[in-house]
Write a protein that binds this ligand. Structure first.
Ligand SMILES: [Zn+2]
Length: 488
């Protein structure tokens, strides 16, 4: 009977943000050994997929360590070293008793002083475990995946859906390929091709044309004779690193030429369509989004979702400023991260009036704090299991939270940096989503799973923040020449 090790370090690093990500930020989401199975079993996560396949095939599992946290600034060197070292030492201790490693990496992690720490980690794993120890990696669609990183793992699979509703499926793909390889059924050979472009996250939604059409070809590719798997990584535009950009990765069964041909064909499609991929739909400012929403609500088309998508720290206030001044119906602002305001609301007490500043503190582009006066409707720690399709079943810790009601605007203030992507912010807080005319979200694509079916319209507000749709406004220093639209 086979036995596989499972582990991972996952973080989408926004290198432009001023604040470092520390070990403390990972702490609520670290699992070790048997805790990994307990935390992820049955969930729509990569680890959930790994576990499902192992259980279905009677494969024993040894949990190493898993750590993740919400997208944020550069990871501090000590935080990465501590987590990487623990993963490494646990992998080494199980080296002889396991047949391979199932690893989850995001693909766009960056550490202060190391632009490609995932490559560093894989290199260290290779050195410690040997070149012949099988490693399969499952990554996020938003990975900046250089050839050098890819070469260090035998199998690499990435999400093919954004919203990432296929996390477990991706874990299953990687685990299944690894087990088939161990049984001598297949000989996975990878090829990658890079089209020299990067997409703003807001336009990596895989149901937006023309990305939807190319992604359909990527999903169909493994049905071709001799091919085993294919991924289109869109790249992550907000990590200023040498490896920035999209990647096509194809795995063939023993036939490298076939893998190369398939990867290059899909890559050419991306190059041909790069202009349309970069700008598939209309953009609004915060003010013009509220104006448009007012017109829609006036026509009884509600709720309207306004996306403050450029916010990379869940605390930007560009849309909140306009919302408070707008006088349009009822507006919900779920999950605005501000630990100080959450504490102030808890101290004021439920049912009491509170005047406080909210949000806008994460960087000079976050819109600045907004002075808000309202009633504290709820206050206390909140933790729950996600009910939306994105990461369904996984635990979510919001820390101390408060619901502040200004009369026109309801704001859910959180202590943890969490992006609202589904309708849990309403159901978990006992709020009725039908009461709201406008819902202000900060998600890029994950919200689409829950909100496309219920939103009258989705308006993308391109605020002057660190995750804009207009990538030419960002101060790239490390991106190499030849990446459309930033260095071409
Ligand atoms: Zn992603």
């Amino acid at each position: 009977m086979a036995r596989l090790a499972i582990g991972g370090l996952a973080h989408e690093t926004v290198t432009f943000l001023p604040e470092e990500t520390t070990l403390e930020d990972f702490a609520p989401n670290i699992a070790r050994g048997g805790e990994i199975i307990e935390a992820f079993s049955g969930s729509n996560t990569v680890y959930g997929g790994f576990i499902d396949v192992c259980r279905a095939r009677g494969v024993e599992i040894e949990g190493l360590i898993t750590a993740e946290c919400a997208p944020s600034g550069l990871i501090s060197e000590p935080a990465f070293d501590i987590l990487a070292e623990e993963l490494l030492s646990r992998a080494v201790s199980w080296r002889e008793e396991t047949d391979g490693l199932l690893l989850h990496l995001h693909g766009a992690m960056a550490v202060r002083g190391d632009q490609d720490p995932e490559q560093t980690l894989l290199r260290r794993l290779r050195r410690a475990l040997g070149d012949d120890y099988p490693i399969a990696v499952a990554m996020d669609l938003h990975g900046n995946v250089a050839a050098e990183k890819c070469a260090l793992a035998g199998i690499v699979c990435g999400y093919r859906s954004s919203p990432h509703t296929d996390m477990a499926e991706t874990g299953e793909r990687a685990a299944s390929l690894l087990l088939r390889q161990l049984q001598g059924e297949i000989n996975p050979i990878k090829a990658i091709a890079r089209p020299g472009l990067v997409l703003p996250s807001i336009f990596t939604a895989t149901d937006l044309a023309p990305l939807s059409e190319i992604m359909a070809e990527v999903r169909a590719a493994p049905a071709s004779p001799g091919l085993l798997d294919a991924t289109l990584f869109t790249g992550f535009a907000y990590a200023d690193v040498a490896a920035i950009g999209a990647t096509i990765l194809v795995i063939a069964d023993g036939d490298e030429a076939l893998a190369i041909t398939a990867a290059e064909r899909l890559c050419e499609r991306m190059v041909e369509m790069r202009q349309q991929l970069y700008r598939p739909v209309e953009l609004f400012t915060a003010k013009s989004a509220l104006d448009r929403a007012a017109a829609l609500v006036g026509d009884n088309r509600r709720p309207v979702v306004i996306l403050e998508h450029a916010d990379r720290a869940n605390d930007s206030t560009h849309v909140l400023h306009e919302a408070l001044a707008s006088g349009i119906g009822r507006i919900a602002v779920p999950y605005l991260c501000d630990p100080i305001a959450a504490k102030a609301a808890a101290s004021a007490g439920v049912g009491n009036q509170l005047m406080t500043t909210l949000g806008g503190k994460s960087s000079e582009l976050a819109g600045g704090p907004v002075l808000v006066s309202g009633i504290v409707r709820q206050a206390g720690p909140v933790r729950y299991r996600i009910t939306g399709d994105f990461r369904k079943g996984a635990e979510l810790d919001l820390g101390l939270c408060a619901v502040i009601d200004t009369g026109a605007v309801t704001i859910i203030v959180t202590t943890q940096n969490v992006t609202a992507v589904d309708t849990d912010p309403f159901s978990q807080f006992g709020l009725d989503i039908d009461e709201y005319d406008i819902i202000v979200l900060r998600s890029k694509t994950h919200f689409r799973a829950a909100y496309e079916p219920i939103a009258a319209d989705i308006l993308i507000a391109d605020t002057p923040d660190w995750g804009p749709a207009d990538l030419t406004t960002l101060p790239y220093r490390n991106a190499p020449p030849g990446i459309f639209p930033i260095t071409v």
